[in-house]
Design a protein around this ligand. Structure first.
Ligand code: MTE
Ligand code: MO
Length: 502
């Protein structure tokens, strides 16, 4: 049998821990996954503190699972931190069940406010702190109902049933708060908000054009992606209020300039189809997508500053930064809209950079600073060993395989070569011995946009399909195979296809 002293300690630890969990849940219930969520600062420490090798492993091997694990560790660490505070307070106030919740609320509220106080967010830090305080106080109050007159660890064995009851009640309270608060929040605020703005006619016409030009192949995404991939170094993305956002251009310039969102909105807008591809994706991976972006050319933004450096560092509200030659910046775009809607938070609201033909990483989201440099510098991913600031590799992907009603096989996918453009896609159905040209989708307007290919053929038995793209300079996609790290994936996508299994 466990000695009473240990049972009491175990109960006290349970109350403290469930209090910490309830504080995290309470904060989430009020502010959701925003930078003022009490666990956000701890969860985001991983993007600055985690060793380069671990970050690379997480993104290339674990992918989305890696960021989920990092987020979960942040949640656990925050709950544990708050639990320690609750435990200390409860220990000094044992036997005074009414005072404890009040003291816990004050301490947890103050700690939460300190953690998220500096966060730049549309959602208030105070709301988050109140949510955390209420959550923790709720659990300690409920736990108090299970307590006898004396719950100090020195109490005699009679206290034992009380200990069990306290632990049980606090767990039940934390669980209830978690289900109602977090579940309610999720239900009320879906991850992909429904479009709110009417789509302007010119944008609607372009989106229609993309629908019309998309190849009609089952299992192939249309030319404007249904779901656009997302890569974030932060576990909790920035959520700056539109009116608080600004973009500052400084460094090797004659005249500094600062834009706010009204300045950008007042400029003449353009719409551009642009594809993005992540240097860290798999050869046949899905971190390649296309959208119709609305915004202003960066040349217009840079016009007043008279810059004279050769490099540029872009900096963002999540602490991300990337450096590259200033030449690439001059052709760039500052996007404030996506597919006829305001730029979504996950894609960099209110404004992101789009740098034609370059790997996704320098297409900096939540852009806040353009610093012109005389000397080259090192960006976030380059500090971690990647070489992702240059032009994309050419690729043809195989995303759809179907058997048609007439028995023919149909294979299809996107092809992308950045600003070099796609001239052709070639398909081999005999492991690379012979090649046939695939049918291509009609090109969309734009300098930096993918095309789709499809090939229909007869095949009786299992065979090896290989695909390769030819860019508009006539260069064939290189055959040499390489993993994503550090230069981006290379090689030809190949796959065994068995007609019997389609
Ligand atoms: N501020 C900021 N910008 C960023 C990133 C980021 O983590 N933070 N990720 C980069 C990477 S690695 C890629 S591939 C693209 C992805 O853009 P998307 O998330 O809109 O698809 O954004 C880039 N811009
Ligand atoms: Mo990326």
């Amino acid at each position: 049998m466990i000695p009473a002293v240990w049972r009491a300690r175990l109960a006290a630890a349970t109350v403290a821990l469930t209090g910490g969990i309830a504080a995290v849940a309470g904060s989430y219930a009020v502010v959701g996954g925003t930078p003022t969520f009490v666990a956000a600062p701890v969860a985001n420490l991983t993007n600055t503190l985690a060793p380069a090798a671990l970050v690379t492993f997480a993104i290339t091997v674990l992918g989305d699972l890696g960021s989920k694990l990092a987020y979960a560790s942040g949640l656990a660490a925050t709950a544990a931190l708050l639990a320690v505070a609750i435990g200390r307070i409860a220990a000094t106030r044992a036997g005074r069940p009414l005072l404890t919740p009040a003291a816990v609320a004050v301490a947890v509220g103050a700690l939460a406010a300190a953690l998220v106080g500096a966060a730049d967010s549309a959602v208030g830090a105070a709301d988050s702190a109140v949510g955390a305080a209420v959550g923790a106080a709720l659990v300690t109050t409920v736990a108090g109902f299970g307590a006898g007159a004396d719950t100090s660890p020195s109490a005699d064995a009679d206290a034992a049933p009380d200990d069990a009851r306290r632990a049980l009640l606090s767990s039940a309270a934390a669980l209830a708060l978690g289900v109602v608060g977090v579940g309610g929040r999720r239900a009320l605020a879906p991850a992909d908000p429904i479009p709110t703005q009417p789509v302007p006619d010119d944008v609607a016409a372009l989106l229609d054009e993309a629908v019309t030009k998309s190849l009609d192949v089952e299992g192939l995404e249309p030319l404007v992606s249904d779901r656009f991939y997302q890569v974030d170094v932060a576990n909790v993305d920035p959520d700056p209020a539109r009116e608080d956002w600004s973009l500052r251009i400084h460094g090797a310039v004659d005249e500094e300039a600062t834009y706010d969102i009204d300045d950008v909105e007042a400029m003449e807008h353009e719409h551009r189809f642009v594809s993005l591809r992540c240097v860290g994706e798999n050869l046949n991976g899905r971190k390649l997508d296309t959208a119709l972006w609305t915004g202003v050319p960066l040349s217009e933004i840079l016009d007043p500053v008279d810059l004279h450096g050769e490099y540029v560092m872009l900096r963002a509200a999540d602490g991300f930064y990337e450096e590259f030659p200033v030449e690439a910046l001059r052709d760039g775009f500052l996007a404030v809209g996506m597919n006829g809607q305001p730029l979504p938070r996950g894609h960099g609201a209110p404004a992101r950079a789009l740098i034609p033909g370059h790997w996704g990483e320098i297409n900096v989201k939540w852009l806040t600073e353009i610093e012109i440099l005389d000397e080259p510098a090192t960006g976030y991913w380059e500090e971690r060993g990647w070489h992702g600031t240059g032009p994309v590799n050419t690729v043809a992907k195989l995303w759809a395989r179907n058997r048609l009603d007439d028995g023919q096989l149909e294979i299809a996918g996107p092809a992308y070569a950045g600003t070099r453009g796609i001239r052709a896609v070639e398909v081999s159905t005999d492991g690379g011995d012979t090649w046939t040209e695939a049918e291509l989708s009609d090109p969309l307007p734009g300098e930096d946009v993918w095309r789709q290919w499809v090939h229909r053929y007869d095949a009786a038995g299992p065979h090896e399909v290989v695909v390769r793209a030819i860019d508009d300079t006539g260069t064939v996609q290189p055959a040499d195979e390489a993993d994503a790290f550090p230069n981006g994936p290379s090689g030809w996508v190949s796959e065994s296809v068995d007609p019997a299994s389609l």
